[in-house]
Design a protein around this ligand. Structure first.
Ligand code: SMG
Ligand code: MG
Length: 373
């Protein structure tokens, strides 16, 4: 496979409702797509980060810079670029997992398409449908929260995740439990908002039978999570703290978590995501696929991953309508609480030119074969 062109498409899609977490408040998805054209096929990927480094240290403009100056030149210099060779080629560059994931994913998509193979098949999927959870942002009032949860349950979502932060934790959880009953699969995500000194307060969540509490402490606070895990009955799930298979192995061995949220963008791509899945499976650690409010492009690829056998918990992969009035691909729809895993070549979805025309704000060439920068 020869790389002919690498292009970045900046997009801005309004969210159907604002999404507030302990770290950010979003009203739109402002990010970029990467399009890699090869002599065999074309591949697409979606940057997992945001314009501001509030969820992770990476952010859009920084990612564009590192792609242009450090990542793209290393990949285009490869004699035979293929997804499996990308991580090694990029390993001299420290960090920047989301930017690396973007490049590897677009090449993987192109490679799968060139072989007419669905990404799900390439990764080792064992199911055609994936149970859909939904992540519910912080709202101004509990009444608003209950209304929004009730709407999602009516649509058929099989698991509810509430975003929490100090001042918005025990009471909203209590209200949702009381309103929707003990059978509801319910979990919370703090996005690093607490510290170990909050352990006693967080124990107040134990009585609600939560499936998990996601990333209560800082992303670098592995020791804090180890201590907290000893104090809570609610299983701890790590998101931000796990950026590689090695970190997953360490967190499991040290008892810092009982569940892992795998986001391909956060861990440097689908191949590392699969390695984390394999390590977790070997240790009996359940995993599920996290989300970064992806458009249909990234969501299709996440569905392929979530179809692997170790993804035994519902993922943060919701229908298109949960995020956008109009998606960039054909809309993903909920069917009996599940989303279908695309079965066409590559991600199995294509960008709808008319939608891209409406939501793309700029396009920049990062590489063109034969021309110098
Ligand atoms: O894609 O449905 C989705 C959003 C899921 O809650 C979600 N993601 O920490 O897990 C998480 C957040 C990160 C994105 S908001 C900063
Ligand atoms: Mg999270």
């Amino acid at each position: 496979m020869k790389i002919e062109l690498i292009e970045l498409v900046e997009i801005r899609l309004p969210l159907v409702r604002p999404f507030r977490t302990s770290c950010a408040s979003d009203t739109e998805r402002h990010t970029f797509l990467l399009r890699v054209v090869t002599d065999a096929a074309e591949g697409w990927a979606e940057f997992g980060g945001d314009p501001e480094p509030l969820y992770s240290a990476e952010f859009a403009v920084g990612a564009e810079r590192v792609l242009l100056d450090h990542l793209v030149p290393r990949v285009t210099a490869l004699h035979r670029p293929s997804a499996a060779r990308i991580a090694a080629a990029l390993s001299p560059v420290k960090g920047h997992h989301m930017a690396k994931a973007l490049l590897e994913t677009a090449i993987l998509d192109a490679e799968c398409r060139a072989h007419a193979m669905p990404l799900a098949t390439y990764l080792g999927a064992v199911r055609d449908r994936v149970p859909a959870g939904v992540s519910v942002g912080i709202t101004d009032t509990i009444a608003e929260l209950l209304e929004s949860v009730s709407g999602y349950l009516e649509q058929g979502y099989v698991r509810i995740k509430l975003k929490i932060e100090p001042g918005w934790d025990v009471e909203p959880v209590r209200a949702v439990r009381r309103e929707f009953g003990d059978e509801l699969a319910l979990q919370v995500d703090a996005n690093t908002a607490y510290s170990l000194t909050d352990a006693e307060h967080l124990r107040g969540l134990d009585e609600f039978g939560l499936v998990q509490i996601e990333q209560p402490l800082g992303e670098d606070d592995l020791r804090g999570h180890i201590e907290l895990a000893k104090l809570l009955r609610t299983p701890i799930c790590l998101d931000e703290s796990i950026r590689s298979a090695r970190e997953a192995a360490a967190a499991i061995a040290l008892g810092a978590c009982r569940i892992i949220n795998i986001k391909p963008s956060r861990v440097g791509g689908y191949l590392e995501a699969r390695r984390i899945h394999d390590i977790c499976a070997a240790h009996g650690i359940p995993v599920w696929c996290g989300g970064m409010l992806e458009t249909g492009i990234g969501r299709a690829q996440n569905l392929a991953l979530a179809a692997l056998p170790g993804f035994v918990l519902p993922s943060d992969i919701s229908a298109s309508s949960r995020y956008y009035a109009e998606d960039l691909t054909d809309a993903f729809e909920l069917d009996n609480g599940c989303l279908s895993v695309p079965d066409g070549p590559g991600s199995g979805v294509t960008v709808r030119p008319a939608a891209l025309g409406r939501y793309a704000v700029s396009t920049r060439k990062l590489y063109k074969r034969g021309s110098t920068r």
